[in-house]
Write a protein that binds this ligand. Structure first.
Ligand code: C5P
Length: 217
């Protein structure tokens, strides 16, 4: 069985979650969606009603929150204080607020610790923004997924059943915030392999990731 750690980073709309889950299933490995953890932390902050720009208050809420995430690629599930929040973490309200919460350094420190604990002895595909750069620098392979802005907006709109124009605006805004924050901004690790998925379908991306994983193992 695969015992390594695969890091899959990149902006939203590159198809990361779909291919990460499929790769994990193919490897017989676990799967960790770190974005779902930042989203659950955001739901906690929204429920508590704290000001999202109050880093101290947001950190306190996240510290007191119990975020439990499944690492089974066939069975996504996130619980906040025992409550399933799988739908709520994908809501427009959560999506609009998540960049502010994930920009708080102390929130990142808490979630990175939790992520490292979940990764444990490996055998896992981990997706996020800072996995190869911060969370698990010895991951192999480290892949940075990209796609043209048009392709990303189209995919995201398809998933959400929303209009491409408004999704494009939302993606651009979130990327801007994620890449310019002071604490571990979205950036390609120097030793990451860049994989442009614009012209590839899901099977092609998974095949390529599988090749890279076998080569690194
Ligand atoms: O991957 P997903 O789009 O669900 O991530 C939601 C948000 O969580 C991102 O826009 C980013 O602000 C934050 N995030 C992060 N670091 C990660 C994963 C997600 O800052 N490793």
């Amino acid at each position: 069985a695969f015992t390594g750690v695969v890091a899959l980073d990149g902006p939203s709309g590159t198809g990361k979650s779909t291919v990460a889950r499929r790769l994990a299933t193919r490897l017989g490995a676990r799967y960790l969606d770190t974005g779902a953890m930042y989203r659950a932390a955001t739901v906690a902050a929204l429920r508590a009603g704290v000001a999202l720009d109050d880093g101290v208050a947001v950190t306190k809420v996240v510290e007191d929150a119990e975020i439990r995430i499944s690492t089974d690629p066939e069975q996504a599930s996130v619980r906040l204080d025992g409550d399933p929040v799988d739908a709520e973490i994908r809501s427009a309200e959560t999506t609009a607020a998540v960049s502010a919460v994930s920009a708080v350094p102390a929130v990142r420190a808490l979630l990175v610790d939790a992520q490292r604990e979940l990764i444990g002895d490996g055998g896992i595909v981990v997706e996020g923004r800072d996995i190869g750069s911060v969370v698990w620098p010895t991951a192999a392979p480290k892949v940075y997924l990209t796609a043209s802005p048009e392709a990303r907006a189209r995919r995201r709109a398809g998933e959400l059943g929303a209009d491409v124009q408004s999704v494009a605006g939302d993606i651009a805004r979130r990327d801007g915030l994620d890449s310019t924050r002071a604490a571990s901004p979205l950036a390609q690790a120097a030793d990451a392999v860049e994989l442009d998925t614009t012209e590839l379908d899901v099977d092609q991306v998974v095949d390529r990731l599988h090749e890279l994983t076998v080569a690194a193992d």
